[in-house]
Design a protein around this ligand. Structure first.
Ligand code: UPG
Length: 397
């Protein structure tokens, strides 16, 4: 299959491009390299020493003999370039990860709020419009987020994208209808993923674009079978207060002797997935595109749920860190329960990698190996959801 990976230089995009290439896909990465520019803007670097994209794909060719194409293009501001790419490249599938993915960054300032909306909404819409304009039948696989469902405690396992609601009509007759699960985004970033869903619904209905939306949980880990083949292929590992995801942050905090920063009570329950499972799921989604016709296929890309304080305890137990409850910079429920269905991906052959696996040890080793690259000043999360949260900063919860 000819497969485009939009955002193929990022944390999920790079290992996805390699994984698809290793499994016989003719891969082209399309990326604006903005993630690297944001590192510079924020004055942080990946824990792991990532190489320039050109060097990465050359290292992949040397290690495997496989070629990956690279096109530098910003979908949000170069729609014509995207149209040309689709016309010339005729992909069978397009994996769309070209979005700003940090919730804290999206709440950091008016500038980053606007950037997140402008970048994400425009990228998604440019892609949809370009697929229609070029008459492409490519299957669009989008990396969405579990965060669109919100984190209220609900009396059911979260279904995969849709909810059947029933209501009496004007004559008192009970009617039933399937609707997109009502979104409850908890950040501007998650808001953009909610807006994406509406754009997908429209283009699937109006133009028959074949779309799979993967509602992914929080990713942990860094290496995959493919990125581990050569040190120049190493994946990025974010630990800073904006881009670090919670479990990876705890691993780095433990490695450098920083207290594990549990926000508030730590009762927030979230869904998780290891990066190796994440890339496998994306491949399973891409390769089952024939199943997609009509409405958007939504799959929950998660393998397990944990509350934040339990995660901190697991990491502290495995690597000797101490846990500290800090004032929560976010506006989110202090505690919630969470059940999630993931039948679709299990049905396609996903074999979940759980936290108890050896991979936690692998991640601890990566964190320890590169601990000298950590800037401890960049660990605290200093993006506040609102003024009230900012005022609470520094006050122990
Ligand atoms: N949290 C802490 N301490 C920390 C960092 C986070 O307690 O040092 C909490 C945070 O308050 C939240 C939870 O951990 O309750 C999860 O936070 P985080 O790991 O930053 O995940 P999200 O903000 O939900 O975002 C990540 C990805 C995003 C993806 C989403 C899927 O960045 O791209 O869509 O996970 O749920």
């Amino acid at each position: 299959m000819r497969t485009f990976v939009l955002g193929g230089d990022g944390f999920c995009g790079w290992p996805t491009a390699l994984h698809l290439s290793a499994h016989g896909h003719d891969v082209t990465i399309v990326d604006s390299l903005v993630r690297r520019r944001i590192d510079e803007e924020l004055g942080v670097q990946s824990l792991t020493p990532i190489r320039p994209l050109a060097e990465r794909v050359e290292a992949w060719r040397e290690a495997t003999g496989l070629r990956i194409g690279v096109v530098t293009c910003d979908l949000a501001i170069e729609p014509d370039a995207l149209v040309r790419l689709l016309t010339e490249g005729r992909p069978d599938a397009v994996v769309h990860l070209a979005e700003q993915r940090s919730a804290p960054l999206s709440m950091k300032s008016p500038h980053y709020k606007r950037f997140t909306v402008d970048n994400n909404v425009r990228a998604t819409h440019s892609l949809l419009a370009a697929l229609v304009q070029t008459g492409s039948d490519a299957h669009l696989v989008h990396l969405g987020s579990m965060g669109v469902y919100g984190y209220e405690t609900v009396p059911l396992d979260l279904p995969e994208g849709y909810l059947t609601v029933s209501y009496p009509d004007d004559n008192g007759v009970e009617r039933a209808r399937e609707i997109l699960y009502p979104t409850q985004p908890g950040s501007v970033y998650h808001l953009t993923k909610s807006l994406d869903q509406l754009m997908f619904q429209f283009y699937a209905a109006n133009d028959g674009v074949r779309i799979t939306d993967l509602h992914q949980g929080i990713v942990w880990g860094t290496q995959t079978d493919e990125t581990a083949l050569d040190h120049r292929l190493i994946n990025r590992f974010d630990y800073d207060g904006d881009y670090g995801t919670v479990l990876n942050r705890f691993l780095v905090e433990a490695a450098v002797g920083h207290p594990l920063t549990v926000h508030g009570s730590g009762g927030q329950t979230r869904a998780f997935i290891n990066i190796r499972d994440s890339v496998r799921c994306i491949r399973l989604a891409v390769e089952s595109g024939d199943e997609v016709a009509g409405r958007v296929r939504v799959m929950n890309q998660v393998t397990e749920t944990h509350c934040v304080s339990d995660l901190a305890r697991i990491v502290a137990g495995a690597s000797g860190g101490v846990v500290s409850n800090v004032a929560n910079p976010r506006r989110e429920a202090d505690a919630n329960t969470l059940g999630v269905r993931n039948d679709h991906l299990l049905g396609l052959g996903l074999e979940p990698t759980l936290l108890e696996s050896d991979l936690l040890v692998e991640s601890i080793e990566v964190a320890q190996k590169y601990a000298d690259r950590v800037d401890p000043h960049r660990i605290p999360c200093t993006s506040y959801w609102n003024r009230e949260r900012e005022a609470m900063a520094g006050v122990p919860s």
